[in-house]
Design a binder for this molecule. Structure first.
Ligand code: SAH
Ligand code: DHB
Ligand code: MG
Length: 224
C-alpha cells in the first residue's frame, strides 16, 4: 500500500467519524451482508450519505436502483424519500435480494422499497410495460458491461429533470485501459460516450479516493 492510499484512508476515516454518526440499521446491514458472504462492494458510508443528499436536493419521490446487493445504498437513498415516496431496486441474485429485504426491513423501510429479482434488462422492460411512473433519480450499480444499456433505459424511464448516477466509472483507472479486454470498462466507456453524444443528457464524471480505493461517479441530468 502506498503512502497515498494510507492518506486517503486516514482522511476517509476522519470524514466518516466526523460526518456520519454510528447508525444501528446501517451497521446491522453491513454485518448481515458480511455474515451471508456477500462481496464487500457496497458504497462507503460517506458515499451513501452523498447519494442521500443528492436524492434530497433532487426532491426525489421515485428512485430506481440497478444493483441492490445487501441494500446498503438502498437504505441510504430510501431514507431521503418524502412521505409516499418509493424506491425500486433491481437485483439478479435471489440470495442478495433476500439479505437486502431483511436489512431494509430492519431499517424500517419495507413499505417504501421494492426489491425485484431478475436480470435488470428484463426488469426494466417490465417496468416500461407496466407503465411505471417516471423515476426522479437513478443509481446504476450492477454489471458494468451493461452500463450504456442502463443509461439508455434511464432515459426511457425518467423525465426531463431526472438525475442519473453511475457508480464505479474509474475502477482504479481501468476505464482508460482501452485494450484490457474488460467488458466492464468497455461498458462504462460506452455509457460515458452515450451521455456525451445524447443531446437529451448533460453529464460529467468525478474521480474519488478513500475507503473504496480509487474510483468515481458519473452524474447526468435528463434535460429534455
Ligand atoms: N448498490 C449496492 C452495491 C451493488 S453491487 C450498494 O452500494 O450497496 C452489484 C450488484 O448488482 C450485485 O448484487 C449483483 O448481483 C447485481 N447484478 C449483477 N448483474 C446484474 C444484472 N444483470 N441485473 C441485476 N443485478 C445485477
Ligand atoms: C465492484 C462492483 C461495485 O458496484 C463496486 O462499487 C465496487 C466493486 C466489483 O464488481 O468489483
Ligand atoms: Mg458500485
Amino acid at each position: 500500500m502506498s503512502t497515498h492510499d494510507e492518506q486517503w484512508n486516514a482522511v476517509d476515516d476522519y470524514f466518516a467519524r466526523t460526518l456520519t454518526p454510528v447508525d444501528a440499521a446501517l451497521d446491522a446491514a453491513v454485518k448481515a451482508s458480511d455474515a451471508a458472504g456477500l462481496p464487500q462492494i457496497a458504497v462507503s458510508g460517506l458515499q451513501g450519505k452523498f447519494l442521500n443528499l443528492l436524492a434530497q436536493l433532487q426532491g426525489a419521490r421515485r428512485i430506481l436502483e440497478i444493483g441492490t446487493l445487501g441494500g446498503y445504498s438502498t437504505i441510504w437513498m430510501a431514507r431521503a424519500l418524502p412521505e409516499g415516496g418509493r424506491l425500486v431496486s433491481l437485483e439478479f441474485d435471489p440470495r442478495h435480494a433476500e439479505v437486502a429485504r431483511g436489512n431494509i426491513a430492519v431499517a424500517g423501510l419495507a413499505d417504501v422499497v421494492e426489491v425485484r429479482v431478475g436480470a435488470a434488462l428484463e426488469s426494466l422492460a417490465a417496468l416500461q410495460r407496466e407503465g411505471a411512473e417516471p423515476f426522479d433519480l437513478f443509481f446504476i450499480d450492477a454489471d458494468k458491461a451493461n452500463n450504456a444499456n442502463y443509461v439508455r433505459w434511464a432515459l426511457e424511464l425518467g423525465r426531463p429533470g431526472s438525475v442519473i448516477v453511475v457508480d464505479n466509472v474509474v475502477r482504479g483507472g481501468g476505464v482508460v485501459r482501452y485494450d484490457d479486454g474488460d467488458a466492464g470498462n468497455a461498458g462504462t466507456r460506452a455509457a460515458l460516450e452515450f451521455i456525451a453524444d445524447e443531446p437529451r443528457l448533460d453529464g460529467t464524471a468525478v474521480q474519488t479516493v478513500g475507503a473504496r480505493g480509487y474510483d468515481g461517479f458519473a452524474l447526468a441530468r435528463i434535460v429534455s
